[in-house]
Design a protein around this ligand. Structure first.
Ligand SMILES: Cc1cc2nc3c(=O)[nH]c(=O)nc-3n(C[C@H](O)[C@H](O)[C@H](O)COP(=O)(O)O)c2cc1C
Length: 358
């Protein structure tokens, strides 16, 4: 724990922002209260929806917390491919008795208005997914007293983040649940993701910025491993998705440890960008031909996912989860932070040789 950013929270444990109603204020507040860093996810929300959550968390804790934004996406999706996918999903719409969404419902996720709110009402930390903000944006946030963090999936992306002037990177390994934060979605690179330990080591040798390591981390021993590889803290999503305070749908939570779901895979089926989830019927049927078209496909499938969730149908929902999902523990979030911190201490003792290796 060496940087000013990680000095904000005593345990090197960050609760990943999880859009879609998972990382609600009570979850983020519980993590921050326990000495980790809790995160709100502004993705898919309106600027006002984000602001309301910031007000709520401020009512729950005085500890530092973060807010995560999605970067606006380029207009490079092939409309023909989206059209074909729309036809391919017609049977799903009929099955769930709903319409498909409008793929052209916006590509910027209200980025500018969210930034305006965050500059008027500064928060301790802001992280960015799917690309790098401009130097101006990073400078304005710094002047407002906010630490800035950007997700990377390669050492090259980390170098670009350092050059842009952010305060830290999240090194997101291919094991990670949810969307890969790759800066440019290049379909030819599908399947070439880097594991978190290898990525942290590569990023460590490329930039001097503090690293938060993410992907498949479920136990304190794994946190010790990424710290030893050069990270300053670990960012955990799936582990916190299972906690009592998480806003995840109960079907999603239960699926993490349900033996019916044995594998995760990266898929474009739900959103048009690679994201890791439990393999279910929807992924098996539509993943093989889903186009590279984010967020058009996200908008298109939104009513299907909602209808599946309403029906309690795990086979039609986006069950985002990292590779460690079977190790999820259904604890209160603050307790999970404490357990992870104790496991980390135990692992550090073992690594230093005092406790011997198991
Ligand atoms: C349900 C879910 C939603 C996610 N949503 C976001 C998000 O809104 N913003 C973001 O930066 N990362 C998001 N992620 C990715 C996490 O930041 C992190 O990289 C990932 O959870 C780490 O892997 P793990 O789930 O194996 O711990 C999400 C992950 C999950 C599981």
């Amino acid at each position: 724990m060496s940087s000013a950013l990680t000095d904000l929270f005593p345990h090197p444990i960050v609760q990943a922002p999880m859009a879609g109603g998972v990382s609600v204020p009570r979850l983020a507040a519980a993590v921050s209260e326990a000495g980790g860093l809790g995160f709100l996810a502004a993705g898919y929300k309106t600027a006002d929806g984000m602001y309301q959550e910031i007000k709520q968390i401020r009512g729950l804790t005085n500890r530092p917390f973060g807010v995560n934004l999605f970067m606006p996406q380029p207009d490079n999706a092939d409309p023909g491919a989206v059209e074909i996918y729309t036809h391919q999903l017609a049977g799903e719409a009929a099955w769930y008795e709903t319409e498909l969404g409008d793929p052209d419902s916006g590509r910027d996720d209200a980025y500018d208005s969210k930034l305006a709110v965050l500059l008027d009402n500064p928060v301790p930390v802001v992280s960015f997914h799917f690309g790098i903000p401009s130097r101006d944006v990073l400078d304005s946030l710094r002047r407002a007293g906010t630490f800035t963090v950007v997700t990377v999936t390669t050492a090259e992306e980390a170098l670009a983040v350092e050059r842009a002037g952010a305060d830290a990177v999240i090194a997101q390994g291919v094991e990670a649940g949810g969307h890969q934060g790759t800066h440019r979605d290049i379909p030819e690179n599908d399947g070439s993701g880097i594991g978190v330990l290898s990525l942290v080591a590569q990023v460590r040798e490329t930039v001097t910025l503090p690293i938060l390591a993410a992907g498949g981390i479920m136990r304190g021993g794994q946190i010790a491993a990424v710290l030893a590889a050069g990270a300053s803290a670990a960012q955990l999503g799936t582990a916190f998705l299972a906690t009592a305070e998480s806003g995840a749908n109960a079907v999603h939570k239960q699926a993490l440890t349900n033996p019916l779901f044995v594998r995760t895979e990266l898929t474009r089926a739900f959103s048009g960008r690679p994201a890791r989830g439990l393999v279910n019927r929807f992924m098996r049927e539509h993943g093989p031909y889903a186009p590279a078209a984010y967020p058009q496909v996200h908008h298109l499938t939104s009513p299907l996912r909602k209808a599946a969730a309403k029906a309690g149908d795990a086979q039609g929902m986006a069950l985002w989860a990292g590779q460690g999902h079977r190790m999820a523990r259904e604890l209160p979030a603050g307790q999970l932070v404490e357990v992870l911190a104790a496991e980390l201490d135990g692992a550090k003792t073992a690594l230093s040789g005092k406790g011997g290796f198991r």
